[in-house]
Ligand binder design. Structure first.
Ligand SMILES: *[C@@H]1O[C@H](CO)[C@@H](O)[C@H](O)[C@H]1NC(C)=O
Length: 280
């Protein structure tokens, strides 16, 4: 009996117990009961300070857990207290639990060091202007997007010139992408002003020095549209004059106005003929 319970607890990672008829295509399940066992290793300072926590959960409720800092099972529900008493009374089983911090946590830490502890992915950083909305009219807001970095620890700061803007800055949590990278968005709440330069600075363990992206308000769009219009008009006028001049110069040759134009490609310059005296 004791052995059966032990084995079940030790081997079970995630178990789904489905009661009722086996699920035929489209059939309704009469009930789903879930037993979940989670083993956690907390590395507080490398392998120097390690904590092992094992949680036993039934239908989303944790009923008993083991914490290596405590050293024995603690019940989280009346049933869990009963289970804890039962497991705590077995010295051999408890020895095994207390060893997990070395056998499981420190062992895995050392195995995974090259690709986990030492994993470094530098962020890609960009600044964008979030367009104004009905709730936030005006020139828009500056957003610093810090994407796809690892590990999660990071510092992102906004500057105006050399002045750090620590107020009016809001950031998302560091969001896990689910592929061992993270992202973070940091918004400057005050609208950017024309003529001032802004920068977003990122410090991360993957970067040898802080990474800085700069942003300045582009020139007034109304003004640049007007300049583009004037430029287009001038260019059009130049072509008009050239075209007029060309047609006026050609016209009087045979009086008909329909004279066959001489293709410039067919004209053999004199110096070419001179170079091949026998060919004429
Ligand atoms: C982390 O552990 C190292 C030894 O590996 C020790 O020198 C250092 O002081 C510890 N750091 C902290 C913050 O406890």
């Amino acid at each position: 009996m004791a052995m059966g319970r032990r084995a079940a607890a030790g081997a079970l990672l995630v178990a789904l117990v489905v009661l009722g008829a086996p699920p035929a295509a489209g059939a309704e399940l009469s009930g789903v009961f879930q037993e979940m066992v989670k083993s956690e290793c907390h590395f507080i300072n490398g392998t120097e300070r390690v904590r092992f926590v094992k949680r036993f959960i039934y239908n989303r409720q944790q009923y008993v857990h083991f914490d290596s800092d405590v050293g024995h099972f603690v019940g989280d529900t009346p049933y869990g207290e009963e289970v804890a008493r039962y497991w705590n009374s077995d010295p051999e089983w408890m020895e095994h639990r207390r060893d997990a911090v070395d056998r499981h946590c420190r062992h895995n830490y050392e195995l995974s060091t090259p690709f986990l502890v030492e994993r470094r992915v530098p962020p890609s950083v960009s600044i964008s202007l979030v367009p104004p909305s009905s709730s936030q009219p005006g020139p828009g807001r500056l957003l610093c997007s810090v994407m796809d970095f690892y590990p999660a620890a990071i510092q992102v700061r906004w500057f105006q010139g050399e002045q750090e803007l620590s107020e009016h800055v809001v950031a998302t949590d560091v969001v896990p992408n689910g592929d061992w990278t993270y992202q973070l968005l940091v918004l400057l709440e005050t609208p950017p002003q024309r003529g001032l330069s802004y920068s977003c600075q990122v410090e991360h363990v993957s970067l040898e020095q802080p990474l800085r992206r700069h942003w300045e308000m582009p020139p007034n769009t109304a003004r640049s549209k007007m300049l583009m219009g004037i430029g287009g008009f001038v260019l059009g006028f130049v072509f008009l004059v050239l075209g007029l001049g060309f047609s006026l110069c050609r016209k009087p040759r045979d009086g008909s106005g329909m004279g066959t134009p001489v293709s410039p490609l067919r004209v053999t310059p004199h110096w070419v003929l001179g170079a091949h005296p026998g060919s004429g």
